[in-house]
Write a protein that binds this ligand. Structure first.
Ligand code: ADP
Ligand code: MG
Length: 325
């Protein structure tokens, strides 16, 4: 009996080996890499958002459209690809003109911003569900894979971690109307796809993933596919000031920073001899990048506190960190 999404994929769908010619990378990464007859490689990815599962019931049409496209743009960012075309499959319970108008305006606002064109799709009646498939082009046929990390590589993340998961965790609490939670909800509903950063680091990063399921789960994918381990410095993890403020009151939620998903930041590995190049590049980035640890040969994901001790209790580790701010 398959238990997880990944077991289902492995057991039932990842079974066409060998694959057709021209498939440089199939199932298992943020996107597949497909070589055309002309020799150019396309990155292709697809993501579905279901009401009540990927976004709360009553999320605005604008936010749904934004997020449906952005999570796909984020997969392009994780590969280092330039997104170019997308298709849209829309399942709607009740076609309302107001909803459709708002959805389409928001969709094309973000599509225009990232210069991606809608080239097709499918529209059906059913529970509210949005599927977007996206294609991106690669410079010099080069992409960042989950399988490329090597022992000694340095681990970085973009932006801040845990904001989106904290928003969801605090949704029904008394803090739900504070300025901090308003900010955290903007991070949940309007994540920023790090497309430019992905393209910029493509030639120097050894591995990359976008954080959709939480730092630990997603860095875990890099470690598994690269057959390596990592040491992560808990006290270096970047938290927004809003998250820090709320975590002081809700210490029970510290582990959402590493275990919570939906931030769509990038986690990537840089060989030591490329760190200086990253420093130079990062002055042009739209957000901070933070060095959080190192790839090791231990085959496990270890967390360190400020004294360099292994931390097994995440809550304790974070408590130590947040109180220092
Ligand atoms: P991401 O979080 O980047 O969207 P997923 O965790 O959804 O990636 O999927 C992991 C890998 O499995 C990806 O390469 C994805 O394309 C593939 N995959 C997911 N579902 C299926 C499916 N039903 N059939 C084939 N491949 C799948
Ligand atoms: Mg992804």
């Amino acid at each position: 009996m398959p238990v997880s999404e990944f077991d289902i994929i492995k057991q039932y769908f990842d079974r066409q080996h060998p694959q057709r010619e021209g498939i440089s990378l199939g199932i298992g990464d943020d996107a597949a890499l497909i070589k055309s007859h002309a020799g150019q490689t396309l990155a292709i990815s697809i993501d579905t958002l279901n009401e009540g599962i990927h976004f709360p019931v009553n999320t605005s049409a604008e936010d749904i459209a934004y997020k449906a496209l952005v999570v796909n743009l984020s997969d392009m960012a994780a590969m280092g690809a330039t997104p170019v075309w997308f298709t849209l499959a829309l399942s709607l319970p009740e076609p309302s003109t107001n909803w459709l108008e708002a959805f389409a305006n928001s969709l094309f606002e973000i599509a225009d911003k990232y210069n991606v064109t809608l080239v097709g799709g499918d529209t059906t009646r059913g529970p509210l569900s949005i599927t977007i498939q996206i294609a991106g082009q690669l410079n010099n046929e080069q992409a960042m894979l989950r399988s490329g990390a090597h022992v000694g590589d340095q681990i970085y993340v973009t932006g801040t971690l845990g904001d989106a998961a904290l928003a969801l965790a605090l949704k029904n609490q008394d803090a739900s109307n504070s300025n901090e939670t308003t900010y955290l909800f903007s991070r949940l509903n309007r994540p920023i796809p790090r497309v430019e950063i992905g393209q910029a680091i493509n030639s120097i990063a050894s591995a990359c993933i976008d954080i959709s399921d939480g730092l630990f789960a997603d860095l875990g994918h890099i470690l598994k596919l690269s057959n390596v381990g990592a040491q992560v410095k808990l006290y270096q993890l970047p938290l927004s000031t809003q998250a820090q403020t709320l975590l002081l009151k809700h210490t029970e939620l510290y582990d959402t920073v590493i275990k919570g998903g939906d931030d769509y930041e990038l986690c990537f590995c840089i060989p030591k001899d490329k760190q200086a190049q990253l420093e130079t590049l990062s002055s042009n980035f739209e957000c901070n990048i933070t060095h959080i640890g190192e790839i090791t040969d231990s085959k496990e994901l270890q967390c360190l506190d400020e004294s360099g001790n292994l931390v097994s209790d995440f809550i304790q580790g974070f408590d130590h960190f947040v109180k220092q701010q």
